[in-house]
Design a protein around this ligand. Structure first.
Ligand SMILES: *[C@@H]1O[C@H](CO)[C@@H](O)[C@H](O)[C@H]1NC(C)=O
Length: 186
């Protein structure tokens, strides 16, 4: 009798733990691939490694990893000014933004069809927390075409941040570019 209830107890534990591990192994799977085309001569120089390479395939994602109170991401340096990398105005408000304003672009899944537009997120890195406003999408679902300035699709875990964010995080100038961070909705 005692052994039986112990067995039932262990079975319940087993069922619960297998259920929760199923929830934990959610992975954002690729949605497809895009093939790099040769950009027009005025767009990317031959030595510009940022542009898509002709014939190379780039993975696309419509989803991003699940958001938690502390979501891991890669912080990139992004321009939102007219004539900068912000070759088009930001998608949320159809405006350009100064490098001195803390603004970010989020990967497609986190951008979530614009649902985070003009909301703030808190970025944590380097022992600091910085609030920045979501103004744009870093498109992970498409790329390598004229519409995306012949740039590859974004990874699905990108927070593309203006100079102001990097400055506020206190990252030394020579390290600006790519940084492991966590973020949450502010
Ligand atoms: C969002 O963050 C910006 C920049 O840090 C700040 O100026 C603004 O007050 C914040 N907005 C809200 C609604 O908290």
């Amino acid at each position: 009798m005692r052994n039986l209830s112990l067995g039932a107890f262990l079975l319940v534990i087993l069922l619960f733990s297998s259920n929760s591990s199923e929830a934990r192994i959610y992975v954002c799977k690729p949605s497809g691939k895009v093939k790099g085309k040769k950009p027009p001569p005025d767009h990317c120089n031959e030595d510009d490694s940022i542009c898509c390479i002709k014939g190379r395939y780039y993975t696309t994602y419509k989803c991003s990893p699940p958001v938690s109170g502390s979501t891991n991401a890669i912080l990139n340096l992004n321009g939102f000014e007219k004539g900068g990398d912000g070759y088009k105005p930001s998608k949320c408000d159809n405006k350009y933004h100064s490098d001195d304003t803390p603004v970010v672009a989020l990967s497609t899944g986190w951008y979530n069809g614009g649902r985070r537009c003009l909301n703030n997120i808190t970025i944590s890195a380097n022992g600091r927390n910085v609030e920045a406003m979501v103004v744009d999408e870093c498109d992970s679902a498409m790329g390598c075409d004229a519409d995306h300035d012949y740039l590859p699709p974004c990874d699905n875990n990108i927070v593309g941040a203006s100079k102001a964010v990097w400055k506020a995080l206190g990252v030394p100038l020579e390290d600006w570019g790519e940084l492991d961070i966590t973020w949450s909705d502010a």
